[in-house]
Write a protein that binds this ligand. Structure first.
Ligand SMILES: Nc1ncnc2c1ncn2[C@@H]1O[C@H](COP(=O)(O)OP(=O)(O)OP(=O)(O)O)[C@@H](O)[C@H]1O
Ligand SMILES: [Mg+2]
Length: 219
């Protein structure tokens, strides 16, 4: 289980007074549960995901995973996966090596990691693209490859930051259903950030809106 306890974060723009981005954020997400996070641009959604991932430190509060305080744990030791819309894949690696990346980082031998990546790509119907350059793929294929890369390490927590924001409406809908099916088949706690309320309602058993630094339950 992922748990946020009284998370707070301020941000001081250059030459301006400090702004409260997050205040007293409390949230629990169970394994196999997806929580949707809505909120206006600049409200701190990505910042909250970065705090969960360990890429940013909160000013106050704690992040717990399975009851353990991991607030000070570096991102690579959390066993979490992140998927952002931008720079989702490494442009200098082919698809297979992108997918294998997390396993190599965990210390698996490159050939073993590639073999596992092949299996993963097969499951995603992406094997024909294994040797392709990332920029040769369509937007939807890139996001599929990014999800394969996120899931291959069997993360305890999956953080999705606007995964479909660059895709057209039809493709968003197709991928939404596909991602949901893949995500719910593993025991992860998922936080899914999106601007799109219809998407949020379809993916999230519970939904929250980040307004003035606070997390308001919407459903
Ligand atoms: N290093 C930083 N740490 C915290 N906040 C920052 C930092 N740099 C910029 N900010 C500001 O914090 C605010 C929140 O940014 P954040 O990216 O979390 O918003 P968001 O809700 O994800 O917005 P969007 O929907 O546009 O992606 C923005 O005003 C941003 O400019
Ligand atoms: Mg954002």
């Amino acid at each position: 289980m992922l748990e946020l306890q009284s998370i707070a974060k301020r941000w001081t723009p250059k030459g301006a007074s400090p702004r409260v981005l997050l205040q007293d954020i409390n949230l629990q997400v169970q394994p196999r549960e997806t929580v949707a996070l809505l909120g206006p641009s600049g409200s701190g959604k990505s910042t909250l995901l970065k705090i969960i991932a360990g890429l940013e430190a909160p000013d106050a509060g704690r992040v717990l995973c399975q009851g353990q305080d991991i607030t000070a744990k570096p991102p690579e030791r959390r066993g979490f996966a992140l998927m952002f819309q931008d720079f989702a894949l490494f442009p200098h690696l082919n698809v297979q090596d992108n997918v294998a990346f997390g396993l190599v980082e965990q210390g698996l031998r490159r050939n073993d990691a590639r073999e596992k990546a092949q299996t993963m790509l097969q499951r995603f119907g992406m094997q024909p693209y294994a040797r392709s350059k990332v920029w040769q793929l369509s937007g939807g294929e890139q996001q599929r490859a990014a999800l394969a890369r996120a899931l291959i390490t069997e993360p305890k927590v999956l953080l999705l930051d606007e995964p479909f924001s660059a895709l057209d409406a039809d493709l968003r809908q197709t991928l939404r259903a596909e991602f949901q099916a893949r995500i719910t088949s593993s025991p992860m706690a998922v936080v899914w950030v999106t601007h799109d309320e219809a998407e949020a309602r379809s993916v999230g058993a519970r939904g929250f809106r980040l307004v003035d630094g606070r997390l308001l339950p919407v459903w």
